[in-house]
Design a protein around this ligand. Structure first.
Ligand SMILES: [Zn+2]
Length: 255
C-alpha cells in the first residue's frame, strides 16, 4: 500500500496525498483541485484534511474547491492569507489525524508564516517531512518576507531532524539547484554524483522527491554555508555562515 502519492501540478509544483489509514488521506499544498480529485478517485480515498505550508497561490489554489467538494478541514498557520482555513496552527503544535501524529515546525523565511509538517513515525515506521518552499531538494526557497538569518535558522532546524527523514518539498527545482551548486563548486564530486543520480531518476520517469535529511546536509549547498569549501569558493574566507548563505541566495536569485 502506497502511503504517499506525489502529484506533479501547476507547472513545477508537487502536491502530495498522504494515506493515513485504509480509506482516508490528507493533502499537502493543493494548488489544483482537479488533479487531487482525480488522484483520490484513482486510489479510492476520501480527503479529510488539507495541510498548507504557506499562503502562496501555487500552494493553495485548489483549497476552496476541494473543501466544497469533500468537506475536508483546512489547516495552516496564516489565518488572514490562506483561503477557507478552518484551523490555525503554530510552532510545536501537534496534530492528531487518524492515529498519526503530525508536528508543526515554524520555518519563517520564504514567508513570515511558513510552516513545515513532520511525522516522526508513520504507519510504515518512516519519518516524513513536508517542507513547502522552505527546503528544496538541493536548494531552498527565496527569502521574501524575512531576513537571511531567519531563513537560515529555519533551514538549520529542518536539518537537525533525523538523517533518515524523508523530505518532500513543494517544487521540482532539483536539476536547477544542482546546476547552480556546480557553478559555485564545479569540481565537487558529491554534487556531480548527485546530479548524475537525479538525471537517471528523471530519465526512468521517476520524481526527484523524496530526498532524505542526510542527503541534504551533505549536498544541499545552502546547508553547507558554514563550510570552508564554500567560503573559499565564494572568496569569503572569514565570513560567518549567515553572510555566506545570504550571498548564495543572492546569486541563486539571479541564476
Ligand atoms: Zn511560495
Amino acid at each position: 500500500m502506497v502511503s504517499i502519492v506525489t502529484i506533479p501540478a501547476c507547472g513545477d509544483n508537487f502536491i502530495y496525498l498522504y494515506r493515513y489509514d485504509k480509506k482516508n488521506a490528507l493533502a499537502i499544498d493543493p494548488c489544483n483541485s482537479s488533479a487531487v480529485l482525480n488522484s483520490l478517485n484513482e486510489h479510492n480515498l476520501n480527503l479529510t484534511t488539507i495541510l498548507i505550508t504557506h499562503h502562496h497561490w501555487d500552494h493553495t489554489g485548489g483549497v476552496s474547491e476541494l473543501k466544497k467538494k469533500t468537506g475536508c478541514e483546512v489547516i495552516g498557520a496564516d489565518k488572514r492569507r490562506i483561503p477557507s482555513i478552518d484551523r490555525v496552527v503554530d510552532d510545536k503544535h501537534v496534530l492528531a489525524i487518524g492515529n498519526i501524529e503530525i508536528q508543526v515546525i515554524a520555518t519563517p523565511g520564504h514567508t513570515n508564516t511558513s510552516v513545515c509538517y513532520y511525522i516522526p513515525a508513520s504507519n510504515d515506521k518512516q519519518k516524513i517531512l513536508w517542507t513547502g518552499d522552505t527546503m528544496f531538494v538541493g536548494g531552498c526557497g527565496r527569502i521574501m518576507e524575512c531576513n537571511a538569518q531567519t531563513m537560515f535558522d529555519s533551514l538549520l532546524r529542518l536539518a537537525s531532524l533525523p538523517d533518515d527523514t524523508l523530505v518532500y518539498c513543494g517544487h521540482d527545482y532539483t536539476v536547477e539547484n544542482y546546476e547552480f551548486a556546480l557553478t559555485i563548486e564545479p569540481d565537487n564530486k558529491a554534487t556531480q554524483k548527485r546530479m548524475q543520480e537525479i538525471k537517471q531518476t528523471l530519465r526512468a520517469g521517476g520524481y526527484t522527491v523524496p530526498s532524505i535529511i542526510l542527503q541534504e546536509k551533505t549536498t544541499n549547498i545552502f546547508l553547507r554555508s558554514d563550510t570552508n569549501e564554500i567560503k573559499t569558493a565564494l572568496n569569503m574566507p572569514n565570513a560567518g555562515a549567515v553572510d555566506v548563505f545570504a550571498e548564495l541566495r543572492r546569486r541563486k536569485d539571479v541564476f
